[in-house]
Ligand binder design. Structure first.
Ligand code: NAP
Ligand code: F7E
Length: 354
């Protein structure tokens, strides 16, 4: 049997790196779109790279989701069987600062890929769109969100992704493309970008454990998120494209936790008991150390968004039934893995300084 060929946009990101590993294990030829950057941006996939002068199933190509020609040429040249569109300006907070760029990449970028597929008459190619729980910004008398829930994005990122969601659905209906949306709730891992809240917390607490005296500044501690593990979720991205019919799926754990709960759980794993005092911008997180109360966490309004999604909890019943979705990680095993890997990193940093 010939190896299947996959194209991944966003291959240098958290999900792209895990998905590439998964597909290589399944004997795919994996092609990734990477952006030109003045410093290295391939840290998460360096372990997969083999000089193409040698035998390899892993190939990287320069391109950009804002550049139609680079996308068209790439798809034309590699003739993929599956396209995973994971590339995005994916930070919700940053999308308020760079709304136009976010729309270009996370919205119109999707159209560029779909248009290339349409021009090239690629009806047998399967397309996965990285949709998001940020489409649901508002709770309408429901405890959890499913594929039928009403969308109400609250950020330029959410609106860009809403465009991508609908254009994927329109190309499926209008041109018969096999195009699917995976509506994924937050998923984390030791490879999560360091400015997302979970990683910011695990990086900080592990350094603190090893003696750092920094303070962690955070925004909304009451926001609730449904946090899963990226490894479990990329497996579902693949399964969505292995179905007979192209459909949209919610992928979530079905549980939700506040940011504060994440901090407490992470602290506990490091034997750091965190106490809280004050409210709103005056809230502080502290520990007892050397018989003294030491403040280690403060709230800074800089990290609040102009518009916040307060509550996210997904309902993954469809994925459980049709994709046999059974995540391997629990909330606690996710936090534990992040803490363990960041503790290792923090120790390495310390060793370098000595
Ligand atoms: P991530 O770590 O931020 O990775 C984003 C990827 O997109 C990176 O490879 C980045 O390249 C690339 N990218 C950014 N701008 C680009 C451009 N102009 N052209 C081409 N590529 C570009 O995101 P992630 O957490 O892996 O998420 C993967 C996808 O799922 C994203 O679309 C995200 O919006 C979506 N999503 C994520 C979650 C989650 O909780 N993680 C949940 C739902 C949906 P550089 O490395 O060069 O920056
Ligand atoms: O924020 C609050 C923040 O930036 C989570 C992206 O992958 O998931 C991600 O978006 C919550 C929010 O993720 C800080 O206000 C408090 O309520 O880790 P985050 P996100 O915004 O949920 C969705 C599903 C995606 O699709 C996105 O691509 O934590 N929060 N204090 C903070 N957040 C950050 N980043 N930094 C803080 O200091």
């Amino acid at each position: 049997m010939k190896n299947k060929i996959a194209l991944i946009t966003g291959i240098t990101g958290q999900d792209g790196s895990y998905l590439a590993e998964l597909l290589l294990k399944k004997k795919y030829k994996v092609h990734g779109l990477i952006r030109k950057s003045s410093s290295f941006n391939t840290k998460r996939i360096d372990h997969l790279y083999i000089d193409p002068h040698n035998r390899t199933n892993f190939f990287l190509h320069y391109g950009d989701l804002t550049d139609s020609n680079s996308i068209y040429n790439l798809i034309h040249n590699i003739k993929p069987n599956e396209i995973y569109n994971l590339g995005a300006q994916s930070h919700v907070g940053v999308s308020f600062e760079n709304p136009e760029y976010t729309a270009e990449v996370s919205g119109i970028g999707t159209l560029r890929v779909l248009e290339a597929m349409r021009f090239l008459k690629m009806k047998n190619v399967k397309f996965y769109q990285a949709s998001t729980s940020e489409l649901f910004g508002e709770k309408y008398n429901e405890k959890s969100f499913n594929e039928q829930s009403k969308f109400h994005p609250k950020s330029p990122y959410g609106v860009a992704k809403l465009y991508s969601y609908w254009i994927t659905s329109v190309y499926r209906e209008a041109y018969g493309l096999f195009a699917c949306n995976g509506i994924l709730f937050n998923h984390e891992s030791p490879r999560r970008g360091e400015t997302f809240v979970t990683r910011k917390i695990t990086r900080f607490l592990t350094r603190r454990k090893l003696g750092s005296n920094e303070i962690l500044y955070l925004g909304n501690l009451n926001a609730k998120r449904d946090w899963g593990h990226a490894k479990d979720y990329v497996e579902m991205q693949w399964r969505i494209l292995q179905q007979k019919k192209s459909e949209d799926y919610v992928i979530a754990t079905g549980a939700t936790h506040t940011v504060r709960e994440f901090i407490v759980a992470a602290g506990k794993l490091l034997n750091l008991k965190i106490y809280w005092s004050g409210k709103g911008l005056k809230e502080r997180g502290y520990i007892h150390e050397d018989n003294r109360k030491k403040v280690i966490i403060k709230v800074d309004k800089k990290y609040f968004r102009p518009n916040e999604v307060d509550y996210l909890r997904g309902n993954p019943i469809k994925a459980q039934k049709k994709l046999n979705f059974k995540p391997k990680y629990s909330f606690l095993s996710l936090v534990k893995e992040m803490i363990n890997e960041d503790l290792f990193l923090a120790q390495e940093e310390l060793n370098k300084k000595r």
